[in-house]
Write a protein that binds this ligand. Sequence first.
Ligand SMILES: [Zn+2]
Length: 355
Amino acid sequence: MHNSQLPTSNSQGDRVVALGVVALLLASLGVSLLDAQGAKAAMQQDPACQSLTPVSAGGPAPKGPDTVVVRWLGWTNYEIAYRGEVFLLDAYFDRGPRMHAVGVAPADIRKATAIFIGHAHFDHMSDAAAVAKQTGATVIGASFAGDVLASGGVPARQFKAVKGGEVMPYPGVTVEAALGHHNVIATTVPQGFLEKQAAALDAASLQQPPTDAEKAQLDAIRARGSRDPKIATDGVINYLFTFGNGFHVLFADSPGPITADQRMLAQRAPTVDVAMFPYFSFEAGIPPLVELVKTFRPSTVFLGHHDAEGTMKWASNYPPALAIRDASPKTRTMDVIYRTPVCFNTQSKEMLIGW
Ligand SMILES: [Zn+2]
């Protein structure tokens, strides 16, 4: 405010110098003001931002070299498309007879650079073996995921085991793994509460109990996952994607107690632009989700894992979104349905919700 006391001519001079400095800074980042203004318009014209077909299932890849397209594909499944690369996060597309259809069957997925598995429970990787075999994509995950893939007939060379700390380079992208922890929500509520909650929801639903054929279908899906108890402490991996000059996308598929590895990751990536975080178990699931948000302070959060069957078990995004905003006022929570393309410009960081 001391500027107001300076002669007008000096004050204007200061402004010109200041604008010049800003322009130089932007230029050094590879951004011109014109580009920043044009990024959203370019995304509006990009077919990848206007199609409901995932790139992995034959949809258009982004034209813009600075465009990242994120699609939620149900539960904690996501697709990230960038230039010629397609990254899949988790692989649980065929979720069984009563679940809402994602609109993409495992057999539809024909193109993937890599598949990143957050942890090896069936509801995060039951279709990983099938998708890996038909795409040839490398699967990345903790060793427990490797065991599931081996029993699904995936060659060992197609699996990369990680424990946290690994850095994986792809064209224009680096991916860093960090060890998380599985959720412990059952220990935060009175004993038997979650079972009672599930029974109450069943009792209040118009849906009939599952038939024997449906139960068999669910058992087959559940068999394509690991139940190793060590997954809780040693098997949950978060992945931090860094696109271009520093657009950060973080994937975590279980909201466990925050680990030392996660705190270190948060320090190394002080700006997380997009995070995919899990939300489930209704009110009991909000506190651990909020802890993740407070640790990473992402600009945008996608929520998954809350879309179980019917209308009563698909938990609303609104209560967690309000809790997130209270805890981190600059974090916005996305509310999109399956396959909607959400495009981000990695330079200007503008967002466009397509379709
Ligand atoms: Zn799990």
